[in-house]
Unconditional design. Sequence first.
Length: 237
Amino acid sequence: MLLELPLGTPPIYYNGINLFWEIASIVFFFFSMIILLKKKEEELETARKIKMGYAFFMFFYSFCRIFFIVAVKYPDEAWNANSYDFFVVCGYFFSSLAFMCIIIVIEKYLITKTHHLFSILACAMVVLYSLCLLGIFGIDSQDLALTLSYVSSPVLTAVIVIMYIYLAVKGTADLRKKALLILFGIALIGIGAIIDGEKIVINAVGWFSSIIQLDMFYSIAPMIMIVGVLIFLKFSY
């Protein structure tokens, strides 16, 4: 996701068919949340709580994507000359909340040997984001939050990947299969976010000769995310 809206960003970005697919991906995040909150017959309490953690991941990450759209649509509002940065920080705040939910349920119910170390790390990042949004650090709060954005998502994503790899290695055959497929779903969501990254978004302008081709390219990221969400849902429900 762009951390700064550069001059010359194509108007088609979040403004054509790609916007439709982005909204569709958000709908799929919400849909998955609803499904995961639905209790299955004779479901164990532990399994239900793990699913609730996954549901909150879907919920918070959908808000992350919503704020990214708002940031691009309203980058320079009268109430805040840097409203783009503010909305981006809000997006990454919800992204950190989403990752925190997965990490907490994994450490609480699946991997207990870490003594909640990663959960504490995730919570600390969320708290730091919150303080930045509240302006606790003065005029530098937003800059600090943007800097944190470069760190939080890669770090928390790496933590989740390591956890699921551990489950795949140490778990039973059934748990190994589910862990790897859930990890694959998360990886697809991450790949979608990378394709929607600043350098690719900007450089893509020179890769295609028509607006239609560029629009279709920008549609790839949310499409990949939808596939990732569906895989995640199928093997975590």
